[in-house]
Design a protein around this ligand. Structure first.
Ligand SMILES: [Zn+2]
Length: 72
């Protein structure tokens, strides 16, 4: 168990395009109310097909990613 700022990455569903675990990135942003930007993406290149999700909160980006993944 690490003590990093990224939380709950294991609660993200696998990528709907390749089945691998997606990557969660958080970074500071001047363009969101929270001051942070959370990005869920996958190394398979699915981002080219709008596979990535971006939100200013982890809860929101997780919900978007997981909801979209249930479309199959
Ligand atoms: Zn993928």
């Amino acid at each position: 168990m690490g003590g990093g700022g990224v939380m709950g990455e294991d609660t993200l569903k696998p990528c709907p395009f390749c089945g691998q675990q997606p990557r969660l990135t958080d970074r500071a942003s001047n363009h969101t109310a929270s001051g942070w930007l959370y990005i869920v993406s996958c190394c398979c290149g699915g981002h080219k097909a709008n596979a990535h999700q971006i939100s200013e909160t982890f809860e929101e980006v997780r919900k978007r990613w997981n909801t979209r993944s249930e479309g199959e």
